[in-house]
Design a protein. Structure first.
Length: 175
C-alpha cells in the first residue's frame, strides 16, 4: 500500500487507531487522527489530532480512511465518506496490505484469544519470527511490521475488525 503523499484520516483513537496513524505517518502520509471523545490526552508527533464532533469537514482532501475496530461503518461521517467515494479500510486491512509474512486468522464467538495464543506458541516452534496480534490487544498492523518477511502472524479477528475489509485473505483461517 502506497501511503506516501496521501491524506489519511484515522477514526478511533484507541490502540489500533494510534498504531494506524503512526504507521501511515511513517510511510509518508499526512495524517489526521479523530475520535468523538473530547477528553482524550493524545499527542503524536506529526499527526493532527481532532477530538469531539466529527463533521464532514474532516473529509476535505482525504484519500483514505482507516477505521478502528470499535467504529461502526454506519456513523454519519463514514456514510458521507462512502458517498464521496473515499476508500475506507480497517486497521486489519492495513495490516494485511503491509504484511510480508502469512497470516493465520482466527474468528468466532468464544475461544479466539486462547486459540490464537496457542497458535502463536505452536508457530514459534517452527519459525524464528512470529507475531501475535489483532483483537488480542496488540494492533495487527504493528505486528505485521515487526515480523516482516520470513515469519508468520497469528491474528485474533473480531467481527468488528472484518467489517471494513475487502481484500483480507489470510493464508489460513479458522472459526
Amino acid at each position: 500500500m502506497d501511503l506516501a503523499n496521501k491524506k489519511v484520516l484515522v477514526i478511533g483513537a484507541a490502540r489500533s487507531g494510534i498504531a494506524a496513524a503512526k504507521i501511515a505517518k511513517k510511510f509518508g502520509a499526512s495524517v489526521i487522527l479523530s475520535d468523538s471523545k473530547e477528553n482524550l490526552n493524545l499527542e503524536l508527533r506529526g499527526v493532527e489530532i481532532r477530538l469531539g464532533k466529527q463533521t464532514e469537514e474532516l473529509l476535505s482532501g482525504v484519500d483514505l480512511i482507516i477505521v478502528s475496530p470499535a467504529v461502526p461503518l454506519r456513523i454519519p461521517l463514514l456514510k458521507a465518506a462512502s458517498a464521496q467515494g473515499i476508500k475506507i479500510i480497517s486497521e486489519v486491512e492495513l495490516a494485511y496490505d503491509l504484511a510480508k509474512s502469512p497470516i493465520c486468522a482466527v474468528t468466532g464467538t468464544n475461544g479466539k484469544t486462547t486459540t490464537v495464543t496457542l497458535l502463536g506458541l505452536l508457530l514459534k516452534t517452527a519459525f524464528d519470527k512470529v507475531g501475535v496480534g489483532g483483537n488480542i490487544g496488540v494492533p495487527l498492523s504493528e505486528v505485521a511490521l515487526e515480523v516482516g518477511a520470513g515469519g508468520y502472524l497469528a491474528a485474533e479477528i473480531s467481527s468488528y475488525q472484518m467489517e471494513a475489509t475487502k481484500n483480507f485473505k489470510p493464508h489460513i483461517s479458522a472459526i
